[in-house]
Design a protein around this ligand. Structure first.
Ligand code: AMP
Ligand code: ZN
Length: 667
């Protein structure tokens, strides 16, 4: 097989496997086999950059940066939908359209109304060309690079598609993925996202497409627009989109009359809670495209479609008490303990009360009957008081920490109260050590969160440095601790001394210092003392380190106890210096510059060239954008890249020019 055929075959195979996995939910190979195929393709593409294709499955990982999203006009306007809330509304609608159509036989396509961010994707000759947000309906933001990272959206279509069309759909974040993202935020002491819809729509506007690629987004399609489409009804349109490779939910149903529409609504009003993503209603569409044409549009929405909004499910129940939880960062969360009640298929006992402002605004009191609603979040929330309890008193928010009795603080502009007793408050102490041992931090094998709590309760550890002083005879007497597990624990702790500096920095649990920030700081300062002694100004000058992070780093090291803990870690041999032999930072001459590498080179392999860019502080981008500062071109640079570079006026340089740039700093 010649190279281009081999590349094409791999791309086709990978596209099909993506489809099986993300659209059909029926993978036919293991993740490992998939990764192997992808790796093969990546290698071939690296060796033969002349066959570069922006729609190759290798491009799904993202990497391009968009500073400003271009505003582009929709070729076909994106309308909104009229809303209805009752059977009568729907009957009235049918009467109105029958008046225009002249009492014809009508059937309807019923679909669920997915709650996310709408998107319009243009395909030309079967390839994804561009993706644009709804914006004001006439024009939106072009977010193509971000959209391409969503695995269920085909980059290459199958079957018999017209040369050009737009397809409309909803970008959603399924509950499970949303919960996982929030779990990770909570782990680093950040505020979790409030709901899946806002998070999905916010994701589309992230500047770094590699970040979007990490988010478990999905896209559900519901409408094709274009000329000479090969179908005559909405229902066939959905079927057709499915055949071309799009993810179209199977719940859509053809209803022969309004009676069947109402049955669909009644069914899904209950069963929507079993779906893995959020829906907020049903969309009813006149099925025949010819009828749709005759009905046309009002100034803002099609006459041939109607949304039916579900009433969000609410129940009222008694608020028995309020408890207050203390997180790792000391943040206090009030939780409502309710008289257990059935809501949307589950029994609810607890609900979130958010913070003191929320309690005050709604004037929620113990003993009240309150309305509880289930929205996008797994934990339901209290939305209003239904009935004032007898003998009720206004809720007085706690003034002291429920765990350590320290007076709470509330920073200017922050919604939450905090317990400032960083070093004496048990859930904070335990939480910090639990964070220290997690997989992305020190990854200590043989030690789990519960054991940490046990060690603390038995007075064996008060901070993570204490872990390194543990002796096997101290832990053996602990509950459920056998000789073997005790040994594993000690070995796991010992092994953590090899964990590289950037992960140790993350493990320290400095507020706002997540994995990425830790890497940046490690790379820039190279050792812990340099970070500890940096001034606020100094820190802010580091690429991508803002006020909030800088301030938090300063506060951490201002504290003498933290300094002692870090000193102890250093003395036992934990990595607090960047290992230059592993990470080869050489200079910062290329700081703030983004390079795209294209073609074959004489003095470097492509990987070495990329490494050289990073070693000198530069960034490597995967595709040319307005953010690219230089394209380093070798032999056989792809024509598409050449054109893009000249279009955006990005300077094209040779490998020798590049060597000149890093000149004196060359290793
Ligand atoms: P609204 O934002 O209330 O005007 O509702 C219109 C929006 O509903 C559209 O812009 C779509 O983003 C969204 N939507 C969700 N599911 C569907 C569906 N099955 N058919 C049409 N629109 C839908
Ligand atoms: Zn406390």
């Amino acid at each position: 097989m010649d190279i281009p055929t081999k590349i094409q075959t791999l791309r086709d195979e990978l596209n099909q496997h993506n489809h099986n996995y993300y659209v059909l939910d029926k993978p036919t190979i293991s993740d490992f086999e998939f990764d192997q195929l992808l790796k093969q393709l990546q290698e071939l593409e690296t060796q033969h950059p002349e066959f570069f294709d922006e729609n190759s499955p290798t491009q799904r990982v993202g990497g391009s940066i968009t500073k400003n999203f271009n505003t582009v006009a929709h070729e076909h306007r994106m309308y909104s939908l009229d809303n209805s809330y009752s059977t009568e509304d729907l009957m009235d609608w049918e009467v109105r359209i029958q008046k225009i159509l002249g009492n014809v036989d009508l059937d309807y396509t019923c679909e669920l109304k997915y709650d996310g961010a709408s998107i319009s994707i243009t395909y030309e000759n079967g390839k994804l060309k561009k993706a644009v947000t709804r914006g004001d309906g006439f024009q939106g933001d072009e977010v193509t690079n971000n959209i391409k990272t969503i695995r269920s959206i085909p980059l290459q279509l199958k079957g018999n598609y017209p040369p050009k069309f737009d397809i409309r759909g909803e970008i959603i974040l399924p509950f499970a993925g949303f919960e996982k993202m929030n779990q990770e935020l909570i782990e680093i002491g950040e505020t979790p996202y409030s709901n899946p819809r806002n998070t999905a729509s916010g994701s589309l506007k992230l500047q770094d497409s590699a970040e979007v690629a990490k988010r478990p987004l999905d896209c559900l399609l519901y409408f094709i627009v274009g000329n000479n489409l090969p179908f005559k009804t909405q229902f066939e349109g959905l079927e057709t989109a499915r055949n071309w490779g799009f993810k179209v939910p199977s719940q859509a149903k053809l209803a022969k009359n309004m009676q069947e529409v109402l049955e669909f609504i009644t069914y899904w009003d209950v069963h929507r809670h079993d779906l893995p993503y959020e829906t907020d209603g049903v969309v009813i569409k006149v099925n025949s495209l010819q009828h749709q044409d005759e009905l046309g549009y009002t100034s803002k929405s099609p006459r041939w479609a109607m949304a039916y909004k579900f009433k969000s499910e609410q129940v009222s129940t008694r608020l028995n008490s309020i408890s207050y939880q203390v997180g790792r960062t000391g943040a206090i969360t009030p939780v409502a303990n309710l008289e257990p009640v059935q809501l949307a298929g589950t029994i609810v006992k607890r609900a979130s009360l958010h913070n003191a402002d929320q309690i005050e605004k709604l004037d929620i009191r113990i003993g009240d009957k309150v309305f509880v609603e289930k929205g996008g979040e797994i934990i339901p929330k209290i939305i209003a008081v239904a009935e004032r309890g007898s003998e009720s008193f206004p809720t007085v928010y706690i003034t002291n920490c429920p765990e350590c009795q320290t007076a709470l603080e509330r920073k200017e502009g922050e919604a939450n109260h905090y317990c400032p007793n960083f070093y004496g408050c048990p859930p904070q102490i335990i939480g910090r050590i639990q964070h220290y041992i997690t997989r992305k931090a020190m990854d200590i094998e043989g030690l789990g969160g519960e054991t940490v709590a046990l060690l603390y309760q038995n007075g064996l550890v008060k901070n993570y440095a204490d872990l390194y002083d543990l002796k096997i005879e101290q832990i053996l007497p602990l509950e459920r601790m056998a000789q073997k597990s005790a040994e594993n624990l000690i070995n796991g702790i010992e092994k953590s001394k090899e964990v590289p500096f950037e992960r140790v920095l993350y493990a320290l649990g400095i507020r706002y210092v997540g994995e990425t920030v830790a890497k940046k700081l490690a790379k820039h300062y190279k050792n812990i003392d340099a970070i500890a002694n940096a001034s606020l100004m100094d820190l802010i000058l580091v690429d991508e380190i803002g006020d909030k992070i800088a301030q938090s780093v300063i506060e951490f090291f201002e504290n003498p106890e933290n300094r002692i803990t870090v000193e102890r870690l250093k003395n036992v041999g934990v990595q607090l210096t960047l290992d230059e032999s592993k990470s080869t930072v050489v200079s910062n001459v290329l700081e703030g510059k983004t390079f795209v590498v294209s073609g074959v080179f004489e003095k470097f392999s492509r990987d070495d060239l990329k490494k050289a860019i990073e070693d000198h502080g530069g960034k490597v981008g995967s595709s040319i954008s307005a953010k690219t500062n230089f394209v380093i071109a070798g032999d056989n640079m792809g024509p598409a890249k050449l054109e893009k570079a000249s279009q955006l006026k990005v300077p094209i340089i040779s490998e020798n020019d590049f060597l000149g740039m890093i000149g004196d700093y060359k290793k």
